[in-house]
Design a protein around this ligand. Sequence first.
Ligand code: HEC
Ligand code: HEC
Length: 321
Amino acid sequence: MKTALKVVGALLGIALLCAGGLYAWASIRTTRMLTRIVDTHQVDFPIPFPLTEAEIAELASPDSARAVALARAIERGRHLVDSRYVCTECHGANFGGGVMIDDPAIGTALGPNITGGFGSRVWEYDTADWDRTIRHGVGPSGRPLVMPAEDFQLMSDQELSDVVAYVKSVPPVENEVPAVTLGPLGKVLLALGEILLAADVIPSHTAPHSVFPPASEATVEFGRHLSGVCTGCHRPDFSGGPIPGGDPSWPPAKNLTPHESALGSWSFDDFARSLREGTRPDGTGVLEPMAAIVRYTRNMSDTEVQAIWNCLQTVPAVPVE
Ligand code: HEC
Ligand code: HEC
């Protein structure tokens, strides 16, 4: 009896030591990962993008060109955020601060205040800083961020410029948001590579970005560009599966390929309804986190929904596992 207790005690001790060792290793490794410097290119583009010669020719007064350019950029930026780039999901509806993750085990990653008010993280941002943060997942200091910036890597200069013009146009909010802290599980998952940082996922930090997005037409090319915000969850080949780094309570992302076991049996109208109303052909509603995404995709234009559908029709069919 005594020996059995001793064995159990020894095993428990070893288990605790291993857990302690794993935690210590994970703490050191994640600190290194988050404090290293990631080199990125230094880009510049106008905010707002100027009007074209043809657009200026249509104005009643050419003197209003800058004001009109800004007003149009803000409108485009608002549409991009409200239909596609979901910044408000984590930074709050007024951009004054919000929540990405708040979990004692995984950690606390709050979306900071990005308005012009007290406590803002972007007061000293220049154009290169916006590029680094949004399209590379690297803060102005060169350190990697936990924001999933891989979803934004396909943004063209003009789209990023429009988003920044819009963010800069909102009323300032006073709110200072604490920095990201990782919980024990968050550290272990990050150290083991189960959670990946955007800076490590984005294939290049020096490749030039496209200046303009593809024309806003129902083409496969425009659809591919738009679906850059879907692949983080639905995978680059759209075959779906468990969401990397996602909340453990989330269901796997669905297979969106044209295989008969996936969207092959859906009509375009079924697809449009799923993005507009969050319902499937069988009448069931999509679950979180897709339900949250639908609050954005429902603002997509008909052309945008059609373009994504046309793109999905061209990807290789993969059977649902
Ligand atoms: C899924 C949640 C999420 C989304 C979506 C998101 N962010 Fe963030 N963002 C964060 C978090 C969390 C941080 C805190 C810093 C970090 O990542 O380490 C952050 C940081 C930032 C920062 C400040 C970085 C710094 O410390 O200097 C800016 C600027 C920013 N985000 C802008 C945006 C914009 C613009 C969008 C939309 C295009 C966006 N974010 C979408 C979660 C998000
Ligand atoms: C944050 C992760 C996430 C993002 C981003 C995302 N999805 Fe989803 N999506 C999911 C999950 C998870 C499901 C499964 C939900 C369920 O089981 O009800 C889903 C379900 C769907 C469905 C229903 C499919 C079916 O067979 O029921 C469609 C259609 C869809 N997504 C399209 C898209 C499109 C298009 C985009 C990009 C504009 C997108 N999703 C972006 C996570 C995401």
